[in-house]
Design a protein around this ligand. Structure first.
Ligand code: NAP
Length: 498
């Protein structure tokens, strides 16, 4: 049952300030205050030494227990989650499976010591002109971390999402700043984690959940001296403010922000000649899935202008015009989407029917067309519109296509639709797009991010604030670890892994 409270140091506590839920009638959520931020950060610090020194097996059992507890709450989570986010039941069920899968995956990761990347330089006492000492390098948990729940993934990037799972696996206590778009879902998942803390006898401050406005508590959390790193998914503007706060602290800390991306798709000439209609249809399906509220939404399609590209656009537009109005995550995301498509309409030709939904918080897909010269000189067309809005960029030549690639901002993904006979052009594009993206796809579409060991979900700024890291997949654990070397230590003082 929901209480509308914050989880601080093992207790569910209210506050003087509450916010009524938009979606859950008659329920209000306590908004954490600055004293509670202080209390949570101190509790996380108090938990750190004990939690980080639990054995890998104990932490793995804890992660598995969280997953089991989430499974127990299954239908309740789906019920609250669909009401809060407007996302369909099947999506919530699928996302729950992904969330518990991530927790169990990280339990598996720390089952082996491989993630510690241990390196041992044995002593060379007889080396000339100087002996070499024995040096053993391992990785240790950073300390307490703050995670900002994402609006568009109420489970997989929220209270027990990938950031939390990877940080807990690393040995870091986590304070989640819940997203107001799904406070109830976060609280239910928080209850599952609190149950697992008790069952596994973990320190009370291992996981805490604070609800409240980012401007009120977000800055205080990321600037608190006990916080050692931050995970974030959201807007470029909000992420940049928090990034700057982390880096201007007296003691700067890493900020892992996953921000905006338009995920360009280059359709190369032979693929276009062979498969224009199917590429257009598949692009429309990927663009409009989940009302387009995915960070990997393919918002830009580039190709050389001509009959085939027009046929591709027509195939896509037919599907988009026939598509349903879809409920969006929040009123403000809905409002930003409409501002975004107005901006696109001011700078490009709309080729969908121009109808907008009249239902509250609902959006319809929209597609636009522009020539590459206009795109190149109009920065507003390079920005992400969060929602099912896409733009076709018509290039005069292969040379202009390469020029557009050169001007792209950092991206989470770039896709090449290509056939074998496109290889020469692909070889020219590849060195350019390698500098621009974290993941490059050959055919297919970027939505539906695999959670696996080789996945990279990040990219050069503004796709993310640290292009060396990923927020999806097993490598995500590296964000919460730091290297530590022991020199000439006796075996009796080294841990078993070393
Ligand atoms: P957001 O506005 O950036 O908010 C994300 C989180 O950061 C919220 O908890 C928010 O707190 C907090 N926050 C934002 N600005 C802050 C500031 N100046 N100081 C302190 N905390 C701050 O993102 P959103 O609500 O998820 O959606 C808005 C836009 O983000 C979308 O339209 C889209 O452009 C983008 N977005 C991108 C992705 C992606 O995967 N790249 C995912 C989701 C959204 P409060 O809102 O509680 O105040």
């Amino acid at each position: 049952m929901l209480q509308g409270k914050n989880l601080i140091n093992g207790q569910w506590v209210g506050s003087e300030d509450t916010a009524a839920s938009v979606d859950l009638a008659s329920l209000s959520f306590a908004q954490a205050n600055l004293n509670q931020v202080e209390e949570a950060c101190q509790a996380a610090r108090a938990a750190f030494r004990s939690y980080s020194q639990k054995s890998r097996a104990e932490r793995a059992a804890f992660l598995n227990k969280i997953a089991d507890e989430i499974d127990v709450l299954g239908d309740q989570i789906t019920d609250i989650g669909t009401r809060e986010t407007g996302l369909p039941e099947a999506r919530l069920i699928g996302e729950r499976g992904r969330t518990t899968g991530q927790l169990r995956m990280f339990a598996g990761v720390i089952g082996s010591k491989d993630y510690l990347d241990i390196r041992i330089d044995q002593a060379l006492p007889d080396r000339q002109p100087m002996p070499r000492p024995d040096i053993r390098l391992t990785h240790r948990a950073l300390g307490p971390v703050v995670v900002f729940g994402a609006s568009n993934f109420p489970l997989a990037f929220s209270a027990a999402g990938g950031d939390t799972a990877s940080a807990l696996a690393a040995g870091c206590p986590v304070i989640v700043k819940g997203h107001s778009a799904h406070a109830g879902t976060a609280e239910l998942v928080g209850q599952a984690i609190a149950n697992a803390i008790q069952a596994c006898n973990m320190p009370r401050g291992t996981f805490q959940l604070l609800q409240g406005s980012g401007r009120k508590i977000g800055g205080a959390l990321v600037q608190h001296p006990e916080i050692t790193a931050v995970g974030f998914t959201g807007s470029t503007a909000g992420g940049r403010v928090l990034y700057d706060m982390c880096h201007s602290r007296p003691k700067p800390i890493p900020f892992y922000g996953e921000l905006g991306s338009v995920n360009p798709v280059f359709c190369l000439p032979q693929a276009m000649a062979q498969r224009a209609i199917s590429i257009g249809k598949d692009w429309a399906a990927s663009l409009s899935m989940g009302a387009g509220q995915f960070c990997t939404n393919p918002g830009v399609m580039l190709a050389i202008k001509g009959d085939s590209f027009t046929a591709l656009q027509n195939a896509a537009v037919t599907l988009l015009n026939a598509g349903p109005e879809q409920k969006m995550l929040t009123d403000s995301i809905h409002a930003s989407y409409h501002d975004g498509i107005s901006e696109l309409a001011a700078n490009a030709e709309e080729i969908t029917d121009g109808q907008r939904s009249r239902k509250p918080r609902h959006g319809r897909s929209a597609a636009f067309r522009v020539n590459a010269s206009t795109w190149l000189e109009t920065p507003a067309l390079h920005e992400e519109v969060f929602g099912a809005a896409g733009i076709f960029v018509e290039c005069d030549s292969e040379a202009q296509m390469l020029q557009v690639a050169q001007e792209l901002q950092g991206q989470l993904t770039i896709t090449l639709q290509m056939d074998q006979n496109d290889t020469t052009l692909a070889k020219e594009l590849l060195p350019i797009v390698e500098e621009k993206a974290g993941r490059i796809l050959c055919n297919g579409f970027p939505t539906g991010v695999e959670v696996s060991s080789a996945m990279m979900h990040g990219g050069p700024y503004p796709a993310s604030t640290d292009s060396r890291s990923t927020s999806v997949g097993t490598l995500a654990i590296a964000r919460w670890l730091r290297p530590l070397a022991f020199q000439n230590f006796p075996a009796s003082l080294l841990d078993a892994d070393l």
